[in-house]
Design a protein around this ligand. Structure first.
Ligand code: ZN
Length: 114
């Protein structure tokens, strides 16, 4: 099944909730202070998907707030979500809410220069 784009941002302030360490443990908090009960951290790609990402220069990265994402060329960042969707933080991909599938997105990126 194709991996489609999904916006993980807060409906109130359009910021992405971040895993934040509080006195009582890790919570997903938004910049506006809203707490998200359904924490979202990226997952690692496997198989063909991992190969496609690597062929476009994306490398697996972990942040110290327990998030997992892919770092590409020209500051491209991709998150894969456990529900089969993805998010790309790419200023060149437009913002009309319809960004297609991960495959289509990767097709638009030039391959790694040898
Ligand atoms: Zn918010």
């Amino acid at each position: 099944m194709p991996r489609t784009w999904r916006d993980p941002r807060c409906p109130d302030c359009r910021e992405r909730p971040q895993a934040t360490y509080t006195g009582s443990g890790w919570k997903f908090l938004c910049a506006c202070g809203k707490e998200f009960s359904n924490p979202e951290a990226g997952i690692e790609a496997t198989g063909v998907e991992a190969e496609c990402l690597a062929s476009k220069g994306f490398r697996l990265a972990h942040s110290d707030n327990k998030d997992t994402y892919y770092e590409g060329t020209e500051h491209r960042l991709i998150w894969l979500w456990a529900d089969g969707t993805f998010y790309v933080d790419d200023p060149f991909s437009g913002d009309n809410g319809s960004k297609g599938t991960l495959e289509e997105y990767l097709d638009r990126i030039p391959g790694r220069v040898a």
